[in-house]
Design a protein around this ligand. Structure first.
Ligand code: GBH
Length: 453
């Protein structure tokens, strides 16, 4: 089926929220302006070999100086809502204690510009740019960081809470734990493998403590978290029980380790899959799970593609699964990721099946793809259309999905890939910082308009 005619997509509920997402370090630039402190990404990008071609987010899209222009683009798109992230070290240069008023002023101006354009601001409080000063004390391996996070959440909420009602605490705690502390391919660049597991608990505890702080500071506010979720698939040629066991181990580590404590108040038993962390027993303290399981107003889901796994080739390997390539010849994005829209229907109906009444309304807080540079990005249009259709299918099967935020508004700093991957509806020239809307921008604008008419 081709849905490149936006008006032919199935209709989502009338109050469905159409949005776009970005993150501070990926777009803002102004890395040491207005008193901002260093984050772990400012440090990591300077490590030789960490980022392709040594790219950094020092300037990025220069959004810090050009946000008015970007809000104008959003208004042209007709967005209902914009998901951005707040840079913790812009607000608290050393992570705690002294507040930098110019940091808060920036987000204050951004929020007012959005509201003036009729766009709901939806801030994420942590999208991976931890203040370096906190990393120097162990980062998310240190339980204190969870308390610091809640203090920071209160500072931001006290300033913006009169105008901002929907808040997202963390972005993808799984990816931050695994890429940042497990494999060391993202900041802070630590390769601790399963010894990174305390980072999961401390982030979730931070989420729970921040939730309480947000509820106190923002009467009538809503609190969400954005989890990276993936349906786990076996290759069609899988034959062994060990492959099935590997898939469920991967699901436990990637999905259930984060969704179960939030929604059910308990952790999956990772040791049953051979994933043990000797310190885990001392990490999870009495009362923590009740803090983490505080009611959520919504579950944010970031979906890119399913994950294929097999039993580990080496049974003595540290992890009880091997990541695999699908055997089927899926279309690929410029990043090489397979394009699998029905994986999103599978993911959403799977969440409903697992959590039932414990599942709050779902928001797709990220979904999109990297495509080659250029304005004629038909594959991106097909990607978006296929995934929005996949959401409509899940809704028709009873999943309560309230909104969709595409990743991303702008081409931006794609972490370890630097500027080599382009996820934007808007092309950015990284020499002049000129913005040019792509065909997908016009398509998304038409989609939003047709869904409203
Ligand atoms: C998100 O992470 C981030 O929140 C965002 O900042 C980022 O820019 C965006 O996605 C795009 O990367 O090789 O087929 O196994 C996404 C986390 C982890 C999702 C890696 C896809 C690998 C796909 N991603 N995963 S595959």
């Amino acid at each position: 089926t081709s849905f490149t005619d936006a008006t032919r997509l199935p209709r989502l509920p009338a109050d469905f929220v159409w949005g776009a997402s970005t993150a501070a370090y990926q777009i803002e630039g102004a890395a040491d302006e207005d008193g901002k402190g260093a984050s772990i990404w400012d440090t990591f990008v300077r490590r030789p070999g960490a980022v392709r071609d040594g790219h950094t987010g020092d300037i990025a899209c220069d959004h810090h100086h050009r946000f008015d222009e970007d809000v104008t683009l959003m208004r042209r798109l007709g967005l209902d809502a914009y998901r951005f992230s707040v840079s913790w070290p812009r607000v608290l240069p050393t992570g705690a204690g002294r507040i930098e008023p110019r940091g808060l002023d920036f987000y204050d101006r951004l929020v007012d510009a959005l509201l003036g354009a009729g766009i709901e601001p939806v801030p994420t409080l942590f999208h991976w740019d931890l203040p370096q000063a906190l990393e120097d004390e162990g980062g998310w391996l240190n339980r204190t960081t969870a308390h610091r996070f809640a203090e920071y959440a209160a500072v931001v909420a006290e300033r913006l809470g009169d105008r901002v009602k929907r808040w997202i605490t963390l972005n993808e705690p799984f990816v931050h734990m695994s890429f940042g502390y497990g494999f060391g391919v993202h900041a802070p660049g630590r390769a601790l493998m399963l010894d990174a597991l305390p980072v999961a608990h401390h982030q979730l505890l931070g989420h729970g403590l921040a939730t309480a702080a947000l509820r106190a500071a923002v009467p009538g506010g809503q609190v969400l978290i954005a989890n990276n979720c993936t349906p786990v698939r076996l290759r069609h040629d899988a034959r062994h029980d060990t492959d099935v066991a590997a898939a469920s181990a991967y699901d436990a580590l990637h999905n259930r380790l984060f969704n179960d404590p939030l929604l059910l108040g308990r952790y999956p038993d990772l040791s049953a899959y051979g994933m043990t962390d000797p310190s885990w027993g001392g990490i999870v303290r009495e009362g923590d799970l009740a803090t983490i399981a505080a009611p959520l107003d919504g579950l944010g889901v970031n979906y890119y593609n399913p994950t294929w796994v097999t039993a580990p080739a080496d049974p003595a390997a540290a992890l009880p699964f091997d990541l695999a390539e699908p055997a089927e010849p899926y279309e690929r994005t410029a990043f090489g990721w397979p394009v699998v829209p029905d994986g999103l229907t599978e993911l959403l109906t799977g969440l409903e099946a697992r959590y039932g009444n414990d599942l709050p309304p779902v928001w797709i807080t990220e979904n999109g793809c990297s495509q080659p540079a250029g304005l004629h990005d038909r594959p991106r249009i097909e990607y978006l259309a296929g995934h929005i259709d996949a959401i409509a299918r899940a809704v028709s099967r009873g999943v309560d999905v309230r909104g969709y935020f595409t990743w991303s508004l702008l081409d931006n700093f794609e972490w370890a890939e630097g500027y080599h991957q382009r996820f934007g509806l808007v092309e950015v020239d990284f020499t002049t910082r000129q913005r040019t809307p792509r065909a997908s921008f016009e398509w998304y604008r038409d989609l939003i308009a047709s869904q409203r008419s």
